[in-house]
Design a protein around this ligand. Structure first.
Ligand SMILES: [Zn+2]
Length: 467
């Protein structure tokens, strides 16, 4: 029976997959199908991406619309979605599940299949991937301790050596835990989510020796896993996918936003900042939303600007629906900080201003640069074409439909993503041809552009930038 493992290297840029840094990923790609046009979602933030992976849906459908979201009952408060306990109280306060769309683990449980999740991401990120783990009797193992694991995850954690303290070591520990304790008898579907090279890229610097070392160590752990898989009993039945959730851009300067808001239409707004930002407004009238969005287009530190659909859209501003995040929970005004495709001091394309606690030279993501939106996606296994590349658009929302397709289970039709069947020996390329879409808006000296690709009913974000 077909089984599936998804390994996520958080924040891995496609241009960091190289023979010198990730020899095992390069070798893996050569034995399978590599998607050269894989894309993240907007905002390109980890919890938003995790929700798209587990639901196969865009943020407009799953509703986890930012790493920091306004509280549903009190827009003056914002909630950090990286904390599992805050997400649980958010669910209680809202009286509704965290995600608006069904998750892959939920669909698998309904079909009588099992699922396991091992993650070294934040406790909130892990919870987003499977908020129902305990109710469904599924395994969730978090490196952050037993209180963040499901009941079966706690039992596994108790049998392992304690997780190390350093994130780069935790990623290696987790991959080895999967290899030694899950791979010998894997569930129908499992997700192994490694927090590297994201964490070291954020704090040690994007492309820094410390980040490359962390990536190299995670790649080596992945290589051990692949070696055991190929020589073990599941070589023919287990398909492995490798993905990243988003890329990274380099922080060139810190730009605190809050001091700029006083005395403007945005005064009194709740700011959710990063390299993509939201403004929740105490007065959510169309006039106020439009005034705030219009003001942002006059600021030289601002990149792309989006506002809630249905208002009298100011010149230069694009609707939230253009960027596929038109959900009631999304802030009525969304924007990115000024960013560029220019290379960093270390030669990596994509630089941006940033408001938060990361250092200059650190990596960040959330915005619409190609450096942030372009991701890694590859599959290998007995049913997957060897040495193949697909240039059809693909993305995070396609992972869950592809898993269901490989397992022969229904559910993909209700998702935003598509089954990447062209990767399979018995699959065919998409019938539709990719069509480039360009959204442009200008007003005064401000102009912006958003590039998307449509493939039938499926939509992919390529890049967005102030121009
Ligand atoms: Zn991430």
């Amino acid at each position: 029976m077909s089984k599936f493992l998804l390994v996520v290297f958080d924040g891995l840029r496609p241009d960091m997959v190289r023979p010198d840094t990730t020899p095992n990923l390069v070798a893996f790609a050569a034995t399978g199908t590599n998607f050269l046009r894989a894309r993240s979602v907007f905002p390109s933030e980890t919890r938003v991406c995790s929700a798209s992976v587990t639901t196969g849906c865009l943020p407009r459908r799953h509703g986890l619309v930012a790493n920091r979201i306004a509280h549903p009952r009190d827009p003056r408060r914002s909630v950090d979605t990286g904390d599992m306990n805050l997400l649980k109280s958010l669910e209680q306060d809202a009286g509704a599940p965290l995600l608006d769309a069904r998750t892959l683990p939920h669909i698998l449980h309904a079909a009588g299949r099992d699922f396991a999740l091992l993650s070294s991401g934040t406790t909130g990120q892990t919870y987003v991937l499977n908020p129902e783990a305990d109710a469904l009797g599924q395994l969730t193992l978090s490196v952050h301790g037993p209180q963040y694991c499901s009941e079966t995850g706690r039992a596994l954690l108790a049998r392992l050596t304690p997780p190390p303290a350093v994130p780069a070591d935790r990623a290696v520990w987790l991959a080895d835990a999967y290899r030694t304790h899950i791979l010998p008898n894997p569930p129908d579907v499992s997700i192994l989510w490694l927090c590297e090279p994201d964490t070291s890229g954020h704090y040690a610097g994007l492309g820094s020796p410390a980040q490359i070392a962390a990536l190299h160590a995670a790649d080596a752990a992945f290589g051990r896993l692949v070696a055991d898989w190929r020589s073990g009993p599941w070589a023919d039945d287990l398909t492995i996918a490798v993905a990243s959730d988003h890329g990274h851009a380099t922080v060139t300067a810190l730009h605190p936003i809050a001091p700029h808001l006083a005395g403007t239409p945005a005064a009194g707004a709740t700011l959710m900042a990063g390299s993509s930002c939201g403004l929740a407004l105490p007065d959510a009238s169309g006039e106020h939303i439009a005034a705030v969005a219009a003001w942002l287009t006059t600021q030289d530190w601002v990149g792309s600007v989006f506002a809630a659909d249905g208002i009298d859209m100011p010149e230069g501003v694009l609707p939230r629906s253009a960027v596929l995040v038109d959900h009631p929970r999304a802030a009525p005004v969304l924007f990115t900080l000024r960013a560029s495709n220019a290379p960093s001091a270390l030669g990596l394309a994509g630089t941006t201003l940033y408001d938060g606690n990361l250092p200059v030279g650190g990596g960040t993501h959330g915005g619409l640069l190609a450096a942030e939106l372009h991701t890694v996606l590859m599959l290998a296994g007995a049913s997957i074409r060897r040495g193949a590349v697909s240039e059809s658009p693909a993305g995070l929302c396609d992972i869950a439909p592809t898993i269901l397709g490989l397992l022969g289970l229904p559910g993909a039709a209700a998702m935003d993503g598509r089954d990447l069947a062209e990767a399979r020996h018995d699959g065919t390329a998409p019938e539709a041809s990719p069509a480039a879409e360009s959204w442009e808006a200008a007003g005064g000296e401000y102009r912006q552009r958003l590039g998307r690709t449509r493939l039938g009913r499926h939509l992919y974000l390529d890049d967005g930038r102030r121009g």
